[in-house]
Design a protein around this ligand. Structure first.
Ligand code: C2O
Length: 486
């Protein structure tokens, strides 16, 4: 069987057959009953399902059995080292279902999912929704199933997504799995069991992944929550790109490796089960997901070249040589943290973080001269309800009521709230401890030290909503802390 090529949607003509057939297949899947595993709604429920959030809930719904719902729904793996392999399995089965539907509708065999490369700096329109996803009709005048209204307001596909939200510096991370100790959580996420939002989020999962979700979904749209994200047809192209970035990261450097731990390769005792195009149950393990060109997967990406200018030099944490030359990370060291939760609002707010200037900052003191030392801002146990968007984070901003542009050196990064409600315990499947993000703020701290605005005893952290009108009635960051690490 020939290897399928997943194509760059921004390089396809507006109604390329790939997109036209996708639209027709989505419309067909939307006509299937909810308890059909190949239906549009069932496919989205695999990611997350909560009846009171289902925009299509109707008394005439035929739900799958409770046992089936438990086994197959709300399975998405977040804040976990299973984030990448689980979503790869999910896409694989979905792509096969769409491909079979295309054939059933009279189209060609071998349909493959395109990807949305919003980080492509050579294309000024890369951050806009691809055309086929906001046009009301297909060329024949029939309704376009790829266009959904429950998204952020957009002007001709322009959702106002900024470069910081599609930043791909995560590709420079040396390790797939970080240490969940306040230091870097790794490119692919920390070692966890079966997980749906608890503990630190991997670098790729945070940005661009989480940012793109909330930028597309806005305040109330489908893409902004686990339970509805996969109802938006753009979800699948977003995740194809995330899946592609995994391959780009692996290709970048020989030292970039997937975990070798059997707890990851065989997923421990967790069972990752999906339905294939025939509705048959398939059980997969991450060890089967390592090579996209193997016969089970059968695909490759149009472009997996390295988008970062240089190789190892830009790595945000140094690759320290361990046994057999393996890359290891030293435990991080706490420099200080808050003792009470900090409430976020729909206007900028600022938290004061007391720092210990003494012994705990030995590595911090050496910062300006020793490039091996990194500084990490931990934002733990972010909880809230609804679908708040994202926040920009600033350190020691001169005017904290009016923080500067994202290009300012005191800008530390974004905080996407994707999944915050599910992770806050409003859903019984989750552990309720909220989202935790770790930002590498080394260059920001270096800038503050050079500018003379660093205070060894106190750090001011400003959180500004990324978009006007964002609502966040009960959103809070449980703890804010600073760590020195490698
Ligand atoms: Cu499981 Cu983009 O989410």
């Amino acid at each position: 069987m020939a290897t399928r090529v997943r194509q760059d949607v921004n390089k396809l003509p507006q109604w390329d057959p790939t997109l036209l057939w996708y639209a027709k297949a989505v419309a067909d899947m939307q006509t299937r009953p909810f308890n059909d595993p190949t239906s549009w709604r069932y496919q989205a429920a695999i990611h997350g399902y909560q009846r009171d959030q289902d925009p299509f809930a109707s008394d005439s719904d035929t739900l799958p059995s409770a046992a089936d719902q438990r086994a197959f729904w709300s399975q998405c793996q977040h804040s976990s080292w299973f984030f990448l392999p689980w979503h790869r399995m999910y896409l694989l089965c979905f792509e096969a279902i769409v491909a079979a539907t295309v054939v059933k509708l009279g189209g060609p065999a071998g349909w493959s999912l395109p990807y949305w490369n919003y980080s492509d700096t050579s294309n000024p329109n890369a951050r806009r929704l691809p055309m086929a996803f906001f046009l009301p009709t297909l060329p024949d005048g029939s309704p376009n199933a790829l266009n959904v209204s429950a998204r952020a307001p957009n002007d001709n596909g322009d959702i106002g997504m900024t470069p910081a939200e599609v930043d791909i510096r995560c590709l420079a991370d040396a390790l797939f799995t970080g240490i969940a100790d306040g230091g870097h959580p790794g490119f692919g996420g920390p070692k966890t069991g079966f997980n749906h939002g608890n503990g630190p989020t991997g670098a790729l999962e945070k940005t661009p992944h989480g940012d793109v979700h909330v930028a597309v979904g806005g305040d109330s749209g489908l893409m902004s929550a686990f339970e509805t994200a996969a109802l938006d047809p753009i979800f699948w192209l977003h995740h194809a790109n995330i899946d592609r970035l995994w391959q780009v990261w692996l290709n970048r450097l020989a030292s970039h490796k997937n975990p070798a731990d059997t707890a990851w390769l065989s997923a421990g005792n967790a069972k990752f089960q999906f339905h294939d195009a025939n509705g048959q149950v398939q059980t997969y393990m991450p060890s089967q997901m390592l090579d996209t060109t193997n016969p089970l997967l059968g695909y490759q990406y149009e472009d997996t070249s390295d988008p970062l200018a240089t190789g190892a030099a830009v790595s945000p944490h140094a690759a320290v040589g361990g046994p057999m030359g393996a890359v290891v990370q030293q435990p991080a060291e706490l420099a200080g943290g808050t003792s009470a939760a900090h409430a976020l609002a729909n206007a900028p707010t600022t938290a004061q973080v007391p720092l210990q200037a003494g012994a705990a900052s030995v590595r911090g003191a050496a910062l300006t001269s020793a490039p091996v030392t990194r500084v990490y801002l931990n934002l733990e146990n972010i909880t809230g309800s609804g679908r708040p968007g994202g926040y920009g984070v600033y350190l020691n901003a001169a005017d904290s009521a009016n923080p500067p542009a994202q290009s300012d050196p005191c800008f530390a990064g974004t905080l996407p709230m994707f999944g915050v409600q599910a992770a806050s315990g409003s859903d019984l499947l989750h552990q309720g401890s909220g989202l935790t993000y770790v930002l590498d703020v080394t260059s920001v701290v270096e800038h503050l030290k050079a500018a003379g605005t660093w205070d060894a005893h106190n750090l001011r952290v400003t959180f500004a909503p990324l978009r006007a009108g964002q609502s966040a009635p009960d959103l809070q960051v449980g703890r804010i802390s600073l760590y020195y690490g490698d």
